[in-house]
Design a protein. Structure first.
Length: 198
């Protein structure tokens, strides 16, 4: 077949076809780029909205969690007290028996003024575990020291310390303060469970 077209005109037609294809590729590339950018933009906008919503929900959840902190602490304390109560009940130690054992450890010329009995003393972790305080009244300072020695000799207590022994400046006319003028404050380590297992 004979080509009657001028070679220059033929080259221009060939270049025009190539330009048309290139223009189509460029348009398709621009459309694809715009589409990809739209997809990324939509994804970013959606993720941003989800993040803001999640932050709001997180703040609300944290506020609700803080409102339950007090209840959580009370439940933990209650659970710890139940564990101690279970230990005490399993060893069949009764507070009235504890007071009898304490009274048996008291030497003459001494009386027990107050005792702070609490399961918290048994539940505290560390060196403070089992530490409790006793208040006693005695007829003399020597009786206060004898009470300390007697409590130390008892299997119910260990590490007995006399924190303070005092007497009032002016003795009352009657009453316990007149008969037992010295007031002693003691800290003791309570070996309650060991005593119960004897």
């Amino acid at each position: 077949m004979i080509n009657l077209l001028n070679p220059e005109h033929f080259a221009e037609l060939k270049a025009a076809r190539l330009n048309f294809r290139l223009r189509r590729y460029i348009v398709l590339a621009v459309v694809a780029t715009v589409g990809i950018a739209a997809i990324y933009g939509g994804g970013y906008w959606s993720a941003s909205n989800e993040y803001v919503l999640a932050e709001k929900q997180n703040v609300a959840a944290l506020a609700e969690l803080k409102s339950h902190e007090g209840l959580k602490k009370r439940l933990a304390e209650y659970r710890a007290n139940l564990v101690i109560a279970d230990k005490i009940l399993n060893t069949q130690v009764v507070y009235s028996e504890f007071l009898v054992y304490t009274a048996q450890a008291m030497p003459p010329n001494t009386i027990l003024a107050s005792v702070s009995l609490s399961t918290k003393a048994l539940n505290v972790a560390g060196p403070q575990k089992g530490i409790m305080s006793l208040e006693a009244r005695t007829k003399s300072y020597d009786d206060a020291l004898r009470l300390k020695e007697s409590l130390e000799a008892s299997p119910l207590f260990s590490d007995v310390r006399l924190k303070q022994a005092s007497t009032p400046d002016k003795l009352p006319i009657a009453g316990i303060e007149r008969d037992y003028p010295y007031q002693g404050s003691y800290t003791v380590h309570l070996d309650l469970l060991e005593k119960a297992n004897r």
